[in-house]
Design a protein around this ligand. Structure first.
Ligand code: ASN
Ligand code: ZN
Ligand code: CA
Length: 332
């Protein structure tokens, strides 16, 4: 017999959290029976297959330290659950494919692997342990980023190169950020930074900044002809910036103790409409307007169409979407 259990996780990044596990006889395992059976596996430095399902005789996972192999598993299991709940409760979507079926996570991939990724072929997420200063790649924003690649594949299908590739990456950063805000976890508050907890650069800086993407030294703040030929993790910059401007507006602002300073390429101000509306617009555009070949110009058209349906074409929201695109040099 199997029973859905309320488990406890001592994560690397998010403190002590509630998890959902499954009890099978006298053994507990990291199968989330409340979210499509999402499982978390231990690759134990392997790079293929699923390794072993995390299981044990108690229902407490990890101790908060990365040296305990269950700790990163607790983060990954938690991040997947939050992302599932976010899409269900905020957007009414039941799992990545909308059919209530869970994916799975694999942690401890390879040796000193400093990345995480989604794979369409396994329908799974994989996390490295990092190396040197870098911690396991299992923070909430990274988990939500990877899981969102699955959503994008199963909806718009944005091709992972050129401008559509930048929009694919931005979609993962956008929902990576919104899931982190949704978590509302006191040890891991929301922000418009990606991967700030991993310490990949060794100096505490994040991987990416949505208010002013060029702060990372490589991402672009605004669209230009030819942006489609740079790495998709940099051509995502203007769309991340669009989302920040639409949510929070241009200029300086402090949120949860983090300072932001968001310029516009046309020098004109943008008045934000709040993250709650901006995320509705992006999700609706992604799932009903964008296609595999959507570029920046088409993303503008698609988000405006979505905004018109949600709030009307005479609305302040519609004007803000126009202004935010103009603020990253995407015009009519
Ligand atoms: N972490 C990266 C990403 O999700 C992995 C990759 O570049 N494929 O974009
Ligand atoms: Zn990505
Ligand atoms: Ca973050």
């Amino acid at each position: 017999w199997q029973a859905v259990q309320n488990a406890t996780g001592h994560t690397v990044y998010s403190g002590t959290v509630d998890l959902t596990s499954t009890q099978s006889g006298s053994t507990y395992n990291l199968t989330d029976g409340a979210r499509g059976g999402h499982k978390t596996y231990n690759l134990n430095r392997g790079t293929s297959g699923t390794g072993t399902l995390f299981s044990g005789s108690d229902d407490v996972w990890g101790n908060g330290s990365p040296s305990n192999l269950e700790s990163a598993a607790a983060d990954a299991h938690y991040g997947a659950a939050l992302t599932w709940d976010y899409y269900k409760n905020v957007h009414g979507r039941n799992g990545i494919r909308g059919n209530g079926v869970g994916a799975y996570s694999r942690v401890h991939y390879g040796n000193n692997y400093v990345n995480a990724f989604w794979s369409d072929s396994c329908f799974c997420m994989t996390y490295g342990d990092g190396s040197g200063n870098a911690n396991p790649l299992t923070s909430i924003d990274v988990a939500a980023h990877e899981m969102t690649h699955g959503l994008t594949s199963n909806t718009a299908g944005l091709v992972y190169s050129g401008e559509s590739g930048g929009l694919n990456e931005a979609t993962s950063d956008i929902f990576g950020a919104t899931v982190e805000f949704y978590a509302n976890n006191s040890s891991d508050v929301g922000d418009y930074l990606i991967g700030e907890e991993i310490n990949i650069n060794g100096n505490g800086t994040p991987l990416r900044y949505m208010d002013k993407p060029s702060k990372d030294g490589a991402s672009k703040d605004a669209w230009y002809s030819g942006i489609g030929s740079i790495d998709v993790h940099y051509s995502s910059g203007p769309a991340n910036h669009f989302f920040y401007l639409l949510s929070e507006g241009s200029g300086t602002k402090s949120i949860n103790g983090v300072s932001y300073d968001s310029p516009t390429s046309d020098g004109l101000p943008v008045t934000g409409i709040g993250r709650a509306k901006a995320e509705k617009i992006w999700f609706r555009a992604l799932t009903t307007k964008f296609t595999s070949t959507t570029n920046y110009a088409a993303a503008r058209t698609g988000t405006l169409a979505a905004t018109g349906e949600l709030y009307g074409t005479d609305s302040a929201e519609y004007k803000a979407v126009q202004d935010a695109w103009a603020g990253i040099n995407v015009g009519a």
